[in-house]
Design a binder for this molecule. Sequence first.
Ligand code: NAP
Ligand code: COA
Length: 261
Amino acid sequence: MNATFDYTGRNIFVAGGTSGINLGIAKAFAAAGGRIGVGSRSQAKVDAAVAELSGAEPALGYVFDVRDHTAVATALAAFTEAAGPIDVLVSGAAGNFPALAKDISPNGFKAVIDIDLLGTFHVMKAAYPLLRRPGGSVINISAPQAQVAMSHQVHVCAAKAGVDMLTRCLAIEWGPEGLRVNGVIPGPIAGTEGMARLAPTPEARDRTAASVPLRRMGNPDDVAAACLFLGSDAARYVSGAILPADGGWILNGAPMSLDAV
Ligand code: NAP
Ligand code: COA
């Protein structure tokens, strides 16, 4: 990405930043000069991401499951011990599978709620004492499902709607301390695990691209650009916003053909 923002000397932590959109976000902050920390469940993915993200500034990686608050808090404390207070926290770990409610077990519903919603709370709560004050910025990665009801996505819709409310509620609670809390809603992003699960065929991806007002799927850089803005001084009076980086897809109802999945 052609970075027009300068994050030199800033610390950015991306929870779930080891693949797909979140890795793209981490790469954009790294290209803009930031010191990056990432974490997720797989040691192999963490190692690969750290190698990819390390340049002039070495990146730091941590293995944790966002469902385990203690593990998240330990990782974030280790990052700030090494790097200093967190300037930008991105919370993007998520799980998804397409299924009708009648086919989702209580544990399947719980898995997605625990990763997306409880996990985001864990990341925000663990980071709260470690954010730079004033000036710290939190960016939660949401999804169109937070705003658009969809068949086969009841678990994700419920979880991501909750994530948006975490964003809004904590923008109110944390604002007086000089902290901003915002969300980003990616549209359909090509080449990602999420799209592989929701639009697994070329036909489904073509239909999806055609349903976006800008008439193309997005890429991780499209989402990262919104995050670079929200984390920067250019967004200094923006808090509690949920910014779609979706080519206008939500305006068309973010249609997915999940009956065929
Ligand atoms: P992805 O590549 O599967 O990324 C998910 C990331 O979260 C991975 O780094 C994964 O690493 C980590 N993760 C998953 N479960 C975790 C857990 N329990 N604890 C810690 N880390 C965990 O998916 P993606 O499609 O790029 O999606 C990224 C984000 O964008 C998600 O928040 C998703 O809801 C959102 N989004 C995606 C799209 C899209 O088009 N793809 C559209 C709208 C919104 P490990 O496997 O190592 O844990
Ligand atoms: N349909 C219905 N239920 C499903 C399912 C599907 N396609 N996939 C998983 N489940 C259910 C499982 O059967 C299990 O329920 P059960 O114990 O009653 O049988 C429950 O979900 C948990 O599955 P498990 O594999 O043990 O969970 P996990 O914690 O290892 O993985 C997932 C979580 C299921 C969300 C997994 O897909 C994942 O790790 N996803 C991360 C990557 C991702 O989804 N990326 C896209 C982000 S948009």
